[in-house]
Design a protein around this ligand. Structure first.
Ligand code: ATP
Ligand code: MG
Length: 562
């Protein structure tokens, strides 16, 4: 499925202006710069679609750059999952896979260049003293006593920091900017720290590591990026981004900030998602309830539905929360057009058609997809013993319940009119079976010649021929729309939804689903869109994940509560 045409937005406007002005010779080169410290989530998808989408639409390039300056938290597992997710989303960085760690030597030289210009110094203040000297929004900072060190002394100390002569945390390299700046980011920020930690790519080669603000702008510059698109939190750091590049007189991309994606009923922070994984509150990064790309993929979301979602929500300069329903509607819209219809019963109740011959089966013709004529029809076996959804029968039907009840007649989709004649119960009074009759004149589920009408149509499967399957139903991972909004003393985990996963082991599906390819998607009539789990399905025994219900039942419930 194609992604819809891009909407214009303020970032594209800036690029259009730059191109008209001949900036960077009209070239457009963006990058997606993840830190490999977790799996990508749907918020990253917004950034990926934006960066790769802009490059595609302007005939430019987009790099994949791993921002790996923090040795303690980064791992190859994350690098691999990130690559897989970007590819799955449908984007190609060709041979432009870069690592900030590849630039460590160059960054070191740039730091030396700043020192030589008198624009960086080695500072021996402790972390606590640094905090004290930094000042606050209301109080200007104070100059470090080490601020006046000579260029020679700074060059010597910085070289010895690299050589491993000093303890972790005992000294840092700072940019010399302005301790009185109203912008705290400009009060002589740290640009290098000493950290003896093995790096996933450079091993033990380095014991000093450059800070994000120093690394990011220079990585952009080295790669010839033209537009460096990032989220709003970095607006305060833009003057520092510009300062470093201007002081060094190197290629200068433009940083542009946009509002990050916030999605209702979930958290989008790698730290928190990691906590859910580590505490085993979910089955892993790819748990189908997770907002990660691997979780959404495992749930059954298509890449196109995620791209269309990212396109649809647009790009703004103000933070807001997008309702999860918008994401769900995107996959509904696609699967409504593409998913074959099937019948399956999740909570079975046995039905016996007492006037239907024992041992007889009829192959009923069922439409595969009313939205797609080319999808054709299939045969569904009908027999004396069937299963229907327990919910579709009420012994004591409330008003407006138009499904099966004692004495009531309904349409069994594609089969017959069926009338409930009597009910069988166990010792506890639970209905275990219902006995019905069928009207042979209604074959195919058509109205009878006498013009009799019924109000309800329900789905069913043949008890003898159905395939038994496991189905997993999912609800929001968090009960609250904004799970991070909590009272004092509580944290977001207190809003975890204890009922977000329901596993139904005794479901029955029409026989063709026995051969469902793992990774294929279906609409189970009246129940929603389902995905044959690619990992847990075995040949002849598919396991299904519900991707979404058919309609947005949550919005209905919430509306009803208001
Ligand atoms: P998190 O807050 O989840 O840990 P991060 O910003 O630390 O995310 P990075 O790996 O640094 O994660 O992000 C890579 C890119 O994705 C950055 O350009 C970042 O701005 C962008 N990004 C991260 N989260 C979102 C989001 N929710 N919406 C849009 N873009 C995002
Ligand atoms: Mg980050």
């Amino acid at each position: 499925m194609e992604t819809q045409a891009p909407l214009s937005n303020f970032i594209r406007d800036i690029i259009d202006e730059d191109r008209q002005a001949g900036k960077h010779n009209g070239r457009v080169h963006t990058r997606f710069p993840p830190e490999p410290n977790g799996y990508l989530h749907i918020g990253h998808a917004k950034s990926i679609c934006l960066n790769f989408g802009i490059a595609r639409d302007y005939g430019g390039l987009c790099n994949l750059r791993f921002d790996d300056t923090n040795p303690e938290k980064e791992e190859m597992e994350y690098v691999n999952s990130i690559s897989e997710d970007v590819k799955w989303l449908g984007f190609d960085w060709q041979d432009r896979e870069f690592y900030a760690s590849d630039y460590f030597e160059k960054l070191y030289e740039y730091a030396m260049a700043l020192i030589k210009k008198g624009k960086a110094y080695v500072c021996d203040l402790t972390a606590d003293e640094m905090r004290e000297y930094r000042g606050t929004l209301k109080r200007p900072g104070k100059a470090s006593p080490y601020r006046n060190r000579s260029v020679e002394e700074n060059l010597d100390l910085f070289a010895r920091m690299r050589a491993g002569e000093f303890e972790d945390g005992s000294r840092v390299l700072r940019a010399l900017i302005d301790m009185a700046s109203p912008n705290i980011a400009m009060r002589d920020p740290t640009i290098y720290r000493i950290r003896r930690a093995a790096h996933h790519r450079t091993g033990d080669k380095w014991c000093i590591y450059p800070m994000y603000d120093f690394t990011h702008c220079l990585s952009d510059s080295i790669e010839g990026i033209t537009h460096s698109i990032c989220t709003l939190e970095f607006a305060n750091n833009r003057p520092l981004y510009d300062w470093v590049l201007d002081e060094l007189g190197v290629h200068h991309p433009q940083q542009i900030e946009f509002a990050r994606l916030n999605l209702s009923h979930t958290v989008l922070s790698k730290r928190k998602l990691l906590e859910l994984v580590q505490k085993k509150l979910v089955s892993g990064w790819d748990d189908p309830r997770m907002p990660t790309l691997s979780g959404l993929r495992r749930r059954g979301y298509t890449a196109a539905s995620i791209r269309n979602f990212c396109n649809e929500i647009g790009v703004a300069k103000f933070n807001s929360i997008i309702d999860k329903v918008v994401l769900e509607n995107s996959v509904r819209r696609e699967l409504n057009k593409t998913a074959p219809r099937r019948m399956a019963v999740l909570r079975p109740l046995k039905v016996i058609i007492t006037n239907y011959p024992e041992g007889k089966t009829e192959e009923m013709e069922a439409v595969n997809n009313p939205e797609d004529e080319a999808a054709g029809t299939r045969k569904v076996p009908f027999s004396r013993e069937l299963y229907i959804e327990r919910d579709d029968f009420r012994e004591d039907p409330p008003k407006k319940f138009f499904r099966l009840a004692p004495g009531r007649e309904v349409r069994f989709r594609y089969a017959y009119f069926i009338k409930c004649e009597s009910v069988v119960k166990d010792d506890n009074g639970k209905v275990t079976e219902i006995h019905c009759t069928y009207d042979p004149e209604t074959r195919g589920g058509n109205n009878p010649p006498d013009g009799r009408k019924v109000k309800g149509t329900i789905h069913w499967v043949s008890a003898e021929r159905a395939v038994k399957t496991e189905v997993r139903l999912y609800d929001h991972l968090f009960t609250e729309r904004e799970p991070e909004k909590v009272e004092e003393g509580k944290d977001y985990l207190s809003n975890l939804n204890a009922d977000s996963l329901e596993t139904l082991a005794d479901c029955y599906a029409e026989p063709v689903l026995k051969e469902a390819e793992p990774g294929s998607r279906f609409q189970f009539e009246r129940l929603g869109y389902f995905f044959a789990d690619p990992i847990d399905s075995t040949p002849g025994k598919p396991v299904f994940n519900r991707i979404v219900t058919l309609r947005d039942t949550w919005a209905n419930i919430e509306r009803a509560q208001k």
